[in-house]
Design a protein around this ligand. Structure first.
Ligand code: B12
Ligand code: SF4
Ligand code: SF4
Length: 311
């Protein structure tokens, strides 16, 4: 077994669905990121501006790094009838918060690298200046679809992406170079808010995921009307993708088992819910990010939207 084979085997043992190797050379899409930010598509996510330089030059994130190990973590579980009824939660947020679940297993992978001689092994899972989808594509794990998701052939896109930057010099995998979207436009056509400006360019300020999780302040009425019952995140442009319809398989990671839905929860019932009750039910899930205040806002917007256009 080569050192890379052993790393892949350890990643599989830790429950990761795929593992690829790349290096921290500069992003080939720096101009696309600058343009995206300049057009204001990042809305109030100011951290994306602050991180832009490091995102474009991954070497600057961990100067000692010679290789980046990229993993995919499957979070898919089929929808239950309660999941499909408003108010809806995106699939990724139905289990325990992935930052901890993936972070802990990435740390174990980093420990394995240290045992193999690495002096630097730093892990990232969503919370860092890492161009995760591009690195995953470069590590041969899939292509960036028209919905901007990293899609893996024969597997789909219901994956989180994690990475370990290390000073081990490892032979990189071949980048993924083919586009398997072809003439399909299902994701672009299905987006209820018209958030795709063009294939692979998302105006986040129109995306339900941004509006219900990241945005501060009220959800504008014209977009509230189009929430289609989504109260936290949105799965539409992933659900319609033929690669998911055909290939998505239930995750084997126990922490991603759905732990609760919002069936029976309404704007009125949340108004009467205390912070303690909310924390008891959703404390260790991604819903803690917008918190009780944010979820009250979201449920009120879902309700407003269902009444139809406001005068
Ligand atoms: C900000 C952010 C968001 C924003 C903006 C999303 C976006 N598309 O940019 C919002 C809040 C809307 C969001 C939503 C979601 N997110 Co998010 N998000 C991020 C975050 C933190 C940064 C992404 C970013 O930099 N965006 C800026 C754009 C410009 O960069 P980019 O997406 O990498 O886009 C590249 C392409 O557009 C490409 N490009 C441009 N032109 C062209 C042309 C061609 C031909 C090609 C090939 C590429 C290309 O160049 C860009 C720069 O490299 C990443 C984590 C990370 N550190 O990367 C997670 C991340 C992308 N999100 C993730 C997830 C799961 C989601 C949701 C599915 C959650 C949900 N169910 O609600 C949705 C999906 C919505 C969607 N279609 O993207 C996962 C995606 C996993 C995957 N399989 O791809 C990530 C990687 C987190 C993680 N660690 O797992 N997210
Ligand atoms: S997550 Fe929903 S709102 Fe956002 S781009 Fe995809 S379909 Fe549109
Ligand atoms: S729905 Fe079609 S166009 Fe969109 S990502 Fe999937 S294959 Fe590509």
């Amino acid at each position: 077994m080569t050192p890379v084979d052993r790393i892949r085997a350890r990643a599989a043992e830790l429950g990761f669905a795929a593992c690829g190797i790349t290096d921290p050379r500069p992003s080939a899409r720096g101009a696309a990121l600058d343009d995206w930010l300049a057009k204001g598509y990042g809305g109030t996510m100011r951290y994306l501006h602050r991180q832009a330089r490091r995102r474009k030059e991954p070497q600057s994130i961990v100067p000692e790094a010679r290789s980046v190990i990229v993993v995919l973590d499957n979070y898919y579980h089929p929808d239950s009838p309660e999941d499909l009824a408003a108010p809806k939660i995106a699939k990724y947020a139905r289990g325990s918060d992935y930052h901890g679940v993936m972070g802990e297993r990435l740390e174990r992978l980093a420990g394995f690298l240290r045992e193999a001689g690495a002096t630097v092994a730093r892990v990232y899972a969503d919370a860092g200046p890492v161009p995760e989808r591009e690195l995953a594509e470069r590590a041969g794990l899939g292509w960036i679809g028209k919905n901007t998701m990293l899609v893996r052939p024969g597997a789909g896109s219901f994956f989180f992406i994690g990475s370990v930057f290390t000073d081990l010099e490892l032979p990189p995998d071949q980048p993924f170079r083919t586009d398997h979207c072809g003439s399909c436009t299902r994701c672009l056509d299905a987006c209820p808010t018209g958030a795709f400006v063009a294939p692979r360019v998302l105006d986040a300020t129109r995306c339900i995921s941004y509006l219900t999780i990241e945005q501060k302040g009220p959800i504008p009425d014209d977009l509230a009307e189009r929430l289609e019952g989504w109260a936290f995140g949105c799965d539409i442009c992933n659900d319609v993708c033929p690669w998911n319809v055909k290939f998505a398989e239930a995750s084997g990671v126990p922490e991603y088992e759905p732990r609760g839905h919002l069936a029976g929860v309404s704007a009125e019932s949340l108004a009467a819910t205390s912070e303690e009750e909310f924390a008891g039910r959703f404390g260790r899930t991604p819903l803690a990010r917008p918190g009780l205040g944010g979820m009250r806002r979201n449920l009120a917007a879902v309700k407003r939207g269902r009444r139809g256009p406001l005068p």
